[in-house]
Design a binder for this molecule. Structure first.
Ligand code: SF4
Length: 615
């Protein structure tokens, strides 16, 4: 407890589904979800494997708190070798799917091989079978979910699926569950598509047991009180969602704009959380319909939005009459500031397409931003784009290219390969704002220095969800550090990376850490799981996971030379805002970071470090 101690192994080549016991020695070393899934993946998969080969495995893993009443205890992760990056990938999602999987009695599902024809996996508690999905191939995520739900005759099933993007080989396709929650980054949906696996449908009614239910409820209730009393988790996130950040980051001078040529966006206030609440003149409604929550979440940061179909400024486009998920800050940034588009309705429309067809808005928007710069420079022409005027600020162009990307047509095929491959093809690799092949998100390291080290060293390519130093450098959590200085950031990044790896392995959401410390999380895990779980033990697990992921990437062929930032951030100083005149100071932080990690000067964990962490 609180593991189910059961794994489902699905061999798609053979068409078999078999149960096996969880390796409890590994569970005690890696906790669950990200950590434990990565341990299984690393043990079973050749680091040199082609991500789209049947030999690449894909693991869906819950944490020990998934499916419990721990606040935000509904998370699961997908672990594989990323289609976009070729690095270890672990993408985390909320909603209700993870909790359903745990309630069906499974800690983990390991997918191996490749089905000869499209299938979906149907799970009803201990019963699991592969079902022909030929009629679902070519359908969107939303259509797939509706069809499977009707076929099962059970409105309570939970479904994770890929859309057309995952089928068509868009390298940043994601896996969408509950229609708008996604394991979003690194192309985990592309790997799923390469296996001819369209969806997973789960119904679980077995319940989840914890070690000491009285102590567990006490620890969970205490954590809920802290979350409710905190200004970010009790007020800011419920009211504005992550979009609370748009104006804040713009004023900080760290909002990457027009492919990071600028660091502040003049249209930020039109696309942020406050703008989503404004009443539209056209229909007397706001873009934001309501907030929403994942399983067992008291924070409710998720957004439900609706476009005004009559006022939609992009002519001739399908009109969504129904509300759907969005906009989150990262999507609003990538679709908006990164491309220079300040039309909230158009961004909402594009975000709906990402939900509907299953691809990552961060990588998509950032890749379009790079394409817009190449178009501006004349390296991509109107002949290349098939007639799309790919200009910064054009909502029309954004809407045209997103549809082409989703269905894998025309220039959308090039966008679907991501920014790095696009910029290499058109002869200007420095225009790509990527690290290890993955597009970086909504924080410019010239204005928030810790994020530069975060992106450069992130094991899954540039990502804010590997060490969110914005919490400290901008929001003052747990304590305020100066975003413009590099001193002390190596230790800060390392502490955030290790803590995040642990939280990602627990079954709960990283957003809780705006309010909760590991001292608040440890009692919940200790009351739920066999054994003794202290803050110190959990932090060591985080460090072990980080080094395990690092070692896999090194074995896959990455080196310390890949701990890089795009040249633009290192050489072109910020033009405005508090960071004006500054570049990203990665070279000042990286050597200290390696030393603190116990790695060699070229970024390889030493034998002492590996031995200390029992790796
Ligand atoms: S904080 Fe937001 S993302 Fe996290 S579990 Fe709650 S609703 Fe989901």
């Amino acid at each position: 407890m609180s593991w189910t101690k059961k794994i489902l192994r699905v061999n798609l080549t053979e068409g078999t589904c078999e149960a096996e016991p969880l390796n409890m020695e590994w569970a005690n070393q890696y906790l669950g979800q990200r950590g434990l899934g990565t341990k299984y993946f690393v043990e079973e998969t050749d680091p040199k494997v082609d991500p789209l080969s049947p030999d690449n495995k894909m693991i869906m893993a819950t944490g020990p708190l998934t499916g419990t009443l721990a606040p935000t205890g509904g998370r699961y992760s997908v672990i594989t070798k990323g289609a976009l990056t070729g690095a270890i990938a672990c993408s985390n999602s909320g909603g209700y799917f993870g909790a359903e999987m745990k309630n069906a009695g499974w800690d983990m599902i390991i997918f191996e091989g490749k089905s000869a024809a499209p299938v979906y996996l149907n799970i009803e508690n201990e019963k699991a079978e592969l079902i022909d999905a030929s009629d679902l191939w070519g359908k969107s995520v939303w259509e797939t979910e509706d069809i499977i739900r009707e076929a099962r005759g059970d409105t309570d099933v939970r479904i994770a699926a890929i859309g057309k993007a995952g089928e068509n080989g868009v390298l940043f396709a994601c896996i969408v569950n509950d229609k708008d929650r996604a394991a979003g980054r690194s192309g985990v949906g592309t790997v799923m598509g390469s296996k001819n696996l369209k969806a997973i449908c789960i119904r679980g009614t077995l319940g989840v047991k914890v070690k000491d239910s009285k102590k567990f409820m006490e620890a969970s209730i205490a954590a809920r009180k802290i979350l409710a009393d905190n200004a970010v988790t009790g007020e800011g996130l419920p009211t504005y969602g992550t979009q609370v950040l748009m104006n804040v980051i713009n004023e900080t001078g760290a909002l990457p704009t027009r492919n990071s040529k600028d660091i502040q966006f003049e249209g930020a206030s039109k696309i942020g959380g406050e703008a989503m609440l404004e009443i539209r003149e056209s229909d007397g409604k706001a873009n934001l319909v309501s907030n929403a929550a994942c399983f067992s979440c008291p924070i409710s940061c998720a957004r439900i939005s609706q476009i005004d179909p009559e006022h939609f400024t992009v002519k001739g486009k399908p009109k969504y009459h129904q509300p759907s998920g969005g906009l989150e800050y990262e999507a609003a940034w990538s679709l908006g500031a990164a491309t220079g588009v300040d039309d909230l309705e158009a961004l909402t429309y594009c975000n709906f397409i990402c939900n509907e067809q299953g691809f990552d808005p961060i990588s998509f928007g950032s890749t379009v931003a790079a394409a817009m710069e190449l178009f501006e420079k004349g390296k991509i022409t109107i002949e290349d784009t098939g007639g799309i005027e790919l200009k910064f600020g054009s909502a029309e162009a954004l809407a045209q290219i997103i549809e082409a990307t989703a269905i894998g047509e025309g220039f959308g095929v090039e966008i679907g390969r991501g920014s790095k491959r696009l910029c290499e093809k058109y002869g200007d690799p420095d225009v790509s704002m990527t690290v290890k092949g993955q597009e970086f998100p909504a924080y410019d390291p010239r204005g928030i220095q810790g994020m530069g080290l975060t992106y450069a060293t992130s094991n899954r390519g540039a990502c804010h969800l590997r060490s969110y130093t914005v919490a400290s450098e901008v929001l003052g959590i747990p304590e305020k550090t100066d975003p413009l200085v590099t001193d002390g950031k190596a230790g800060l990044v390392m502490a955030f990376q290790d803590a995040t790896a642990t939280v990602d392995s627990s079954g709960t959401c990283i957003f809780t850490t705006f309010a909760l410390t590991m001292d608040d999380i440890a009692p919940q895990i200790d009351a739920a799981c066999e054994g003794e779980w202290t803050t110190e033990r959990l932090m060591e697990i985080g460090e072990r996971i980080w080094n395990l992921e690092r070692q896999y990437n090194l074995d896959a062929g990455f080196t310390g030379k890949d701990d890089l930032l795009p040249k633009r951030l290192m050489k072109d100083a910020a033009k405005s805002g508090p960071a004006k005149g500054l570049t990203a100071g990665l070279d000042k932080m990286l050597p200290e970071y390696y030393e603190l990690r116990g790695w060699s000067t070229d970024g390889v964990p030493t034998d002492d470090t590996l031995g200390r962490l029992v790796l």
